[in-house]
Design a protein around this ligand. Structure first.
Ligand SMILES: Nc1ncnc2c1ncn2[C@@H]1O[C@H](COP(=O)(O)OP(=O)(O)OP(=O)(O)O)[C@@H](O)[C@H]1O
Ligand SMILES: [Mg+2]
Length: 446
């Protein structure tokens, strides 16, 4: 972490104009002009100083370009920015080397405002990200996310159930917590329960409690999750997995505001708000008789759809930087930011695992990154930039294309999951997940 007393220095290989020097000085940056060929990189960095190197190739001849590219290769841990003139031959291999090693580049006429902002980001003084101050945990100002924030604000104070839908990792639980925190119930408990993870024979007792001796092993009276959250909010994750008897009890709680513990006939009055999430299609579960229609209508009074990350392209880079910054607060990492190519990959990738996948990839990249910038390889997203023949390209596909591809491959593999996984060069688990995601029921397909 940089302290306020540390010096911020731009080591400028090339020729800054006097306006550039002045603007940088006003923004608190010292400029040290260096000569790539002469100094050989003897930059003399003091520990604790913030140093950014500028590869100013606006007037560079071939020889200088080569020396700068060499310096950049020798000092990968220093963040480099590049300045090009409008006629710098960007296709030339030497220029390409410089660009690849740069975190960002600027073409003349240089946008000094953006340059200073970029330097600020590198010094760890990035402008604060768009976090919605009163909506905790929700980051992003893409149109899709602004719509979510507007719904959260509207739904939070209303004491009705909200059905939250969305693909895995889109932030359904984050949204449920935000609804609770924004509601008048905020000082009461919030309980998140994964209905799919409860053992089928214990669901009723876990949720609604039981009396002593009501079944073998019930040695003492036990208060269920609902009663424990009295006055607060219960978030039922994977509500589609609730077995039929628990569906009836939940319906009663929603309709009458009462519950009965297992082994008791006494009804207990209870005030909780119920939020529910699903990533299966509940309408289909209703049509197939697996989910009660009356319960579905009760839960689905207000509906919130969490957008997939690929619908929030404007948010991806901001989220990635937030995840990297927060990782750096807890762990040592050389990485401060993302290379230009890595940023392109982050924007172009289809993110099947959504925000959770982004978080995981950024954390792993922060661990493996050798230099100041995270590369495409660190993110394991090389295929996004240059798909290799015969390599899995599922990650690149838009949803409908992905469904078609999986379906076609399943057919070709005669619905053999292992064979299909081999052909698509993904794991078997991924095939199962994709079938679930696209509601391809294997038994129905044969
Ligand atoms: N807008 C966001 N800003 C910051 N972090 C987020 C955001 N949305 C999600 N996350 C993070 O992404 C991860 C996944 O979020 P969450 O558990 O809410 O997803 P989910 O939709 O419930 O996924 P699943 O369907 O797999 O249960 C969490 O680590 C969460 O903190
Ligand atoms: Mg969840």
């Amino acid at each position: 972490m940089m302290t306020d007393t540390s010096i911020r220095c731009v080591v400028w290989f090339g020729e800054p104009t006097s306006i550039e020097r002045t603007r940088l000085a006003q923004a608190g940056w010292h400029t040290r002009v260096a000569d790539a060929s002469a100094s050989g990189g003897g930059v003399g960095i003091r520990r604790g100083d913030t140093v950014v190197a500028m590869a100013d190739v606006r007037k560079a001849d071939m020889e200088t370009l080569l020396s700068i590219a060499r310096l950049m290769a020798d000092h990968p841990r220093i963040p480099w920015l590049a300045l090009l003139s409008s006629d710098t031959p960007v296709q030339a291999p030497e220029v390409e080397r410089v660009l690849r090693a740069s975190i960002d580049f600027f073409t003349a006429p240089i946008d000094l405002q953006r340059l200073i902002e970029t330097l600020g980001t590198l010094a760890g003084n990035a402008p604060p990200p768009i976090v919605h101050a009163d909506v905790p945990g929700i980051t992003g100002n893409s149109p899709a996310m602004m719509a979510v924030v507007a719904s959260l604000r509207k739904y939070a104070p209303v004491d009705l159930p909200v059905l939250i839908t969305g693909e895995t990792g889109t932030g359904k639980e984050v949204a449920a917590r935000a609804l609770h925190t924004l509601s008048p119930r905020r000082n009461h408990p919030f309980a998140a329960i994964n209905c799919g993870a409860l053992p089928a024979n214990l669901v009723q007792s876990e949720l609604f409690g039981h009396e002593r001796g009501s079944f073998t092993g019930a040695n003492a009276r036990r208060v269920g999750h609902f009663e424990a959250a009295a006055g607060g909010t219960v978030f039922l994750d994977e509500v589609g997995d609730l077995p039929p008897d628990a569906q009836i009890s939940l319906l009663r709680l929603l309709q009458e505001g009462t519950l009965e513990r297992v082994g008791s006939t006494q009804s207990i009055k209870l005030d909780v708000r119920v939020l529910a999430a699903t990533h299966v299609d509940l309408e289909k579960a209703v049509a197939q008789g697996r989910f009660r229609e009356d319960l579905y209508y009760r839960l689905n009074v207000l509906r919130l759809r969490m957008p997939g990350l690929r619908e929030r392209a404007d948010d991806v880079l901001q989220l990635a930087q937030i995840f990297l910054d927060s990782f750096r607060k807890q762990h040592d990492s050389h990485a401060r930011t993302f290379s230009a190519l890595a940023r392109k990959a982050l924007k172009d990738f289809a993110w099947p695992g959504n925000v959770r996948e982004l978080l995981n990839r950024v954390q792993r990249a922060a661990v493996v990154a050798e230099g100041a910038q995270i590369s495409v390889a660190d993110l394991d997203l090389e295929d996004v930039i240059a798909p290799r023949a015969g390599h899995s390209s599922l990650g690149l596909m838009r949803t409908s294309a992905e469904r078609d591809a999986v379906m076609a491959c399943l057919r070709e593999s005669r619905f053999n999951i292992s064979e299909c996984a081999r052909r698509l060069k993904v794991s078997r688990v991924t095939i199962y997940r994709l079938c679930k995601k696209h509601q391809l029921v294997l038994e129905d397909l044969h």
